[in-house]
Design a protein. Structure first.
Length: 171
């Protein structure tokens, strides 16, 4: 169990003393450089995937589902990118006229959670489709058509908007 105690400008971690500027530097480096680069790489990779699926044609139900998954992942990565930027320790020095934690939750955490849930449901639908390929190999193309995949993915996106409704209906 670690206990962090702040004394003056120092952070005491497990009876060791770490300068708070060093902690701030590493947090800034981690959040801004590493996480932002990973987010940009993920967004670029998903854009390439979407363009690739469009080039292949969206007549296949698998391409429709994987395109929806890439779109959802872009949404999750975009909001994670904004959270990483706003969680920078340098923002603590700025005097904001609102509570930053409540704004972060409403504007960034909940939409990020929405896209993560959408990605999970789309992945479950893709797994169900693959399961049908094993159970009913000759009938899967007749059961899961392009139109069925489009409708199911749209329903997933719309139905999971109910996750955001309670939080945003209050304000």
């Amino acid at each position: 169990m670690t206990s962090n105690i702040t004394e003056g400008n120092f952070l005491i971690v497990n009876k060791g003393v770490i300068d708070s500027t060093l902690v701030e530097f590493f947090m800034t480096f981690n959040l801004m450089l590493c996480a932002v680069l990973i987010d940009f790489a993920g967004i670029a990779g998903n854009v390439i995937n979407i363009l690739n699926f469009q080039k292949q044609g969206l007549q296949d139900s698998v391409n429709v589902t994987l395109t929806a998954l890439a779109v959802s992942d872009i949404g999750a990565l975009f909001f994670q990118l904004l959270v990483n930027i706003l969680f920078n320790p340098l923002w603590r020095r700025v005097q904001l006229p609102f509570s930053s934690s409540s704004v972060l939750a409403m504007v960034f955490f909940y939409p990020h959670g929405y896209f993560i849930r959408v990605s999970g449901f789309i992945t479950a639908f893709a797994a169900f489709e693959r399961c049908l390929c094993v159970v009913l190999p000759m009938d899967v193309k007749r059961i899961i058509t392009r139109n069925v995949a489009v409708v199911v993915n749209i329903i997933i996106f719309i139905a999971l908007l109910l996750y955001l409704y309670p939080e945003h209906s209050v304000f």
